[in-house]
Design a binder for this molecule. Structure first.
Ligand code: FAD
Length: 508
């Protein structure tokens, strides 16, 4: 009996679990562009175009490989505009009574498939290096879950950067060497830009027509939408940027959007690239002497460690994760997250490039926009929906634990043992933004003082009960306690002023 094989927009891998379990001579692949998935948050125009163009190219790849593909375009008049609706329509068309799917990377969609009025077998997504069950086993009985220990297990499991049973070079982690600020005169590689072909051009017009008011700039559109182009982008990164990746991983420079980052996460997350292959490619660059150990270990740790750990947390915690609000934050997301209209140069840079490219690198997401949201006490749900909307690589399994856990510390410390709260001094050390900012990072109080400086103390005081006993934060509280009363009063007064301005929607 014919079955339907569901392939979602982030499952564009020829041997994805559902395809592996199906028969190309008998079964029908269902792929559907549906409004329901494109509008539950205002996704960036480039993100929508990436997914739709990559889906259309993947459908072609499958047809060439002998599959029958029932593909619903967004503007097909018969399109029911929901995944389950399209499954039911195709089931009737092809006389199918069952569906094979690869488990979606989001609880919401897993639930929908579980309750669909047609049986859907959801097979585990095996494109990751740790299964959900393996992560749960590792987590079982541990008092706290720390990425570093999980990462070591994964190094042992995959044999990546191992020298027998010891880590290559004698250390598991070379982060200590990876905190250099960058200077503007360094050679900056650019991520690979790709030509727009006929299929992609049609998608771009569709996005302009169907999502006229969505967030972000659609053009120029330069992303890879085919596997071979994504691989070419990975090869360019390994050759041109990987050797410096470690050194400047935490740096930020005005006008430099990508520095030495790989800009591959969007391809990885939709299935055009394979995480193990990328790690092996990076390891090969180290073994052949083309990239140093600190860079290669740092890069592999992001994928083998952080990416897998983050996914493990999301599925371990369950569907309630995005509702977590451990610090009781409730402020509304300021408008400048959408339009970059702020005098804070670092936020302006991060949001502007987000509008242009649907991309910001990790430190911008964590220590600039994320840090601001943490210090100002913005409601986690609003912050989560913003990150999910604006980045091309944002899918809930990876976005939510980074935002709710790593950045906002709203998950009770599952992802991190302490919040990454920082004053303007961190941004000044790691970037050149402060020089051209209307605020003065050296000023601790006063009209011109950097808002990060003021909100930093306010945040620590608001949560003293929770963090006062954390040994990794004790030094900060000691510094506060040593301050003179006038200094303390001024900081608190001025933080309240900034928060009032935020609440009133005034420019800061
Ligand atoms: P590189 O800096 O070149 O890193 C290499 C790879 O490591 C990335 O391609 C990515 O696959 C992986 N990686 C690195 N850090 C993480 C991490 N913390 N979690 C998961 N994977 C990681 N990543 C996403 O893929 N999707 C998201 O929606 C997302 N949201 C984030 C939100 C916040 C608030 C923060 C702090 C981080 C978020 N990240 C997210 C992680 C990270 O910022 C991005 O993976 C990275 O910036 C992507 O750019 P890149 O490919 O140039 O990465």
């Amino acid at each position: 009996m014919v079955k339907l094989v569901l392939v979602l927009g982030d499952q564009l891998t020829p041997d994805v679990a559902a395809l592996k379990a199906a028969d190309p001579g008998r079964d029908v692949v269902v792929m559907a562009e549906v409004r329901e998935e494109g509008t539950y948050v205002p996704h960036h125009a480039k993100k929508i175009a990436l997914i739709l163009a990559a889906m259309r190219h993947f459908a072609e790849e499958l047809r060439e490989a002998g599959w029958t593909v029932a593909y619903s375009k967004l503007d097909d008049p018969d399109n029911s505009q929901s995944i389950v609706g399209e499954l039911l329509r195709r089931a009737e068309e092809h006389g199918a009574e069952a569906v094979i799917a690869t488990a979606p990377g989001e609880h919401r969609l897993r639930e929908k498939l579980t309750h669909a009025p047609i049986p859907v077998e959801q097979r585990a997504d095996d494109r990751f290096l740790a299964t959900e069950a393996e992560f749960a086993d590792w987590a079982e009985g541990r008092k706290s879950l720390r990425m570093e220990y999980f990462y070591r297990e994964m190094r042992r499991k995959t044999g990546l950067l191992m020298d027998g049973d010891q880590p290559e070079g004698g250390k598991w982690n070379y982060d200590h060497d990876n905190r250099k600020p960058a200077k503007g005169d360094l050679f900056m590689p650019e991520p690979r830009h790709h030509q727009v072909d006929e299929i992609t051009a049609e998608v771009l017009e569709l996005v302009e027509r169907e999502y006229p008011d969505t967030f972000g700039e659609l053009r120029p559109f330069w992303y890879a939408v085919r596997r071979r182009d994504a691989k070419a982008a990975a090869t360019k990164f390994m050759k041109e940027a990987l050797p410096q990746f470690g050194d400047y991983q935490d740096a930020m420079l005005e006008g430099e959007k990508f520095l030495y980052h790989s800009v591959l996460s969007m391809y990885l997350n939709i299935g055009l690239l394979d995480p193990l292959e990328l790690c092996q490619q990076a390891e090969a660059a180290y073994r052949s002497g083309d990239a140093p150990l600190n860079a290669v270990e740092g890069y592999i740790r992001q994928i083998l460690g952080w990416r897998e750990f983050i996914r493990g947390i999301y599925f371990l915690d369950g569907p309630g994760y995005t509702e977590r609000n451990g610090l009781g934050a409730s402020r509304t997301l300021p408008g400048f997250f959408w339009d970059a209209e702020t005098d804070m140069a670092c936020i302006r840079a991060a949001v502007s490039q987000t509008i242009e490219e649907a991309y910001a690198h990790h430190i911008q997401r964590l220590m600039v926009t994320g840090n601001f949201a943490l210090l100002a006490g913005i409601a986690p749900k609003e912050v989560h929906e913003w990150y999910l909307a604006v980045y091309a690589d944002a899918f809930e399994w990876v976005e939510a634990p980074n935002v709710i856990g790593m950045v906002l510390h709203a998950d009770g410390g599952m992802v991190g043992s302490k919040p990454y709260a920082a004053s303007g001094a961190y941004i000044d050390r790691m970037s050149d933004h402060c020089g051209g900012c209307r605020y003065r990072v050296k000023d601790k109080v006063g009209e011109d003082a950097c808002p990060f400086n003021l909100l930093y103390w306010d945040f620590l005081l608001r949560h003293r009960e929770r963090f006062g006993g954390n040994p990794r934060m004790a030094q900060m509280y000691r510094t506060w306690d040593r301050m003179k009363d006038e200094g303390k009063d001024a900081r608190q007064r001025e933080a309240a002023r900034i928060l009032e301005k935020l609440d009133a929607g005034e420019r800061i």
